[in-house]
Design a protein around this ligand. Sequence first.
Ligand code: ZN
Length: 272
Amino acid sequence: MSDLHSIKSLFSIKDENIKITEIREAVYKNRKVTLAESTLTRVFRRCPCCKATADQLVKNGKKVSMILLNRSGNKRAYLRLKKQRYHCRACGKYFTARTAMVNPSCFISKQVHYQILEELSERQAMTTIAKHCDVSSTTIQRTLRALSAAARPRLDHLPTCLLFDEFRSLSTWHGSFSFSCMDGETGRLFDILPSRKKQDLVAYFMRFDLKARQKVRFIVTDMNAPYFSLVKECFPNAEVIVDRFHIVQHVNKFFDAVRKRVHEALRSKRSN
Ligand SMILES: [Zn+2]
């Protein structure tokens, strides 16, 4: 593996159309940085605008972008990318080669965004993350907003059959139990909420469209009384089914209580 190719792996640059030509130290925005000089060219079979064949495309200069990479040692690292521009003689349009390592019109590489996400999973201030990743706090907020948009559930759909349960989790201000909700037909987890309190669950489910809530036909749950009134409020067409596991669990619990009572009664009779 050549040195320049190893540098590509070091910076996690996977795009085969990018070629590193030189690594050097430079001053950028009044800082000493590591600069990876590189080129991006692509072979087009057709014009992306009018679909004319490749013989209509001619190279037309280069456009330079400075893309922020993850740190190298104790210095900021940038990819100085010379992107090939093309001109289509058939439709007269101009376009530039693109790479998947950075979003269009963004100068922060995706690997930096991944690092931001990793840092966001730790409990620390946004300004600290911004400092670690060499970006502004606004970039951190934008990355977080993009992530929460991707993680946001669709509010126009709910499974026909929902399974409710709770489990002991970390103690937070919500309490020490969390709530889990599964799709009864596919057996897939639908969501996990930090609280099992009725008002929190009502607030969560009422965010879904009425049409989606009306489509829920069955709620399978344990004998937790607040769930019964929750179902009435949120799912007008749903029936509550207490699952067999919880019924058997309750029966066992009461049998056990009776067994202990009888045992105690017999023991005290014998000692008398
Ligand atoms: Zn064209």
